[in-house]
Design a protein around this ligand. Structure first.
Ligand SMILES: Nc1ncnc2c1ncn2[C@@H]1O[C@H](COP(=O)(O)OP(=O)(O)OP(=O)(O)O)[C@@H](O)[C@H]1O
Ligand SMILES: [Mg+2]
Length: 233
């Protein structure tokens, strides 16, 4: 579906991503896992087409050729403080040239957005904002969605609603690629893991293989090792 061929990304003199080659398959539930500064957000932005590789190529198959095929939910909230939730949805609907449709209605209902429908963003809690951030990034009904830490500060009930929605979409064929530091989310939303450190994709494995220590990482990856050992807590 999406293939990275020796993708590197430089900013100034630093190599943020170092020659990553990997493939995302249709229907994958994939998490990119690694310590702060590993390059996870940078790699997601490359795959979502927001930034371009300094070298190497990213190729997409025909299913991703439509302009609305890729969804991206950024780590930093991308919302207008003075607009209500309802106004956000109307605004983004206009941008994609779509009227309210069954997909949007289902999303609004599953994420229970009507509970704070007429509130302005600056009146919402952190978790509510994350739900709106998720909604506007998905409004065009993407085939693949990149979610960068979508659950930060979200309470367990809201997390449940969001996970439920994403897994339902995945069961209908939507490919999910996400970053989180939350093992509960990994267990509930991922099958595969890309283990990253210092801009390198060190290993690709299933969640089961990682959890059961059936992988070998280079000695340099002590931060990653510690993060993996936390799955037991
Ligand atoms: N615009 C930029 N200019 C220069 N360096 C950058 C820029 N954006 C990110 N970096 C650097 O690139 C590296 C990777 O950053 P990135 O945000 O991709 O990491 P991350 O794995 O998403 O981390 P986190 O878990 O903290 O979100 C870091 O060392 C960061 O300082
Ligand atoms: Mg990040």
């Amino acid at each position: 579906m999406l293939q990275l061929n020796s993708v590197s990304y430089q900013k100034g003199k630093s190599d943020l991503i170092q020659s990553v080659s990997a493939t995302v398959q249709p229907g994958d539930r994939l998490t990119i896992f690694g310590p702060n500064g590993a390059g996870k957000s940078t790699l997601m932005r490359l795959m979502a087409g927001i930034i371009q590789p300094s070298s190497g190529t990213i190729t997409y198959d025909d299913s991703l050729s439509g302009k609305n095929a890729i969804g991206y939910i950024p780590q930093q909230l991308a919302l207008f403080e003075n607009l209500t939730v309802k106004e956000h949805l109307r605004f983004y609907q206009k941008m994609i040239g779509s009227k309210t449709n069954p997909f949007m209605n289902e999303m609004i209902e599953t994420l229970q957005l009507k509970d704070f429908w007429n509130k302005r963003i600056d009146e919402l809690s952190g978790g509510m904002k994350r739900k709106v951030n998720l909604t506007v990034g998905m409004i065009q009904q993407p085939k693949i969605v990149f979610l960068d830490e979508p659950f930060v500060g979200v309470d367990l009930a809201a997390k449940h609603d969001m996970l439920n929605w994403l897994n339902r979409l995945n069961s209908r064929g939507v490919t999910i690629v996400f970053v989180t530091h939350d093992w509960q989310v990994i267990h509930e939303l991922a099958d595969k893991m890309w283990l990253m450190e210092n801009g390198d994709l060190l290993h690709e494995a299933t969640v089961d293989e990682v959890v059961h220590d059936h992988i070998e990482l280079p000695d340099t990856s002590s931060a990653l090792q510690k993060m993996i050992s936390f799955h037991r807590y």
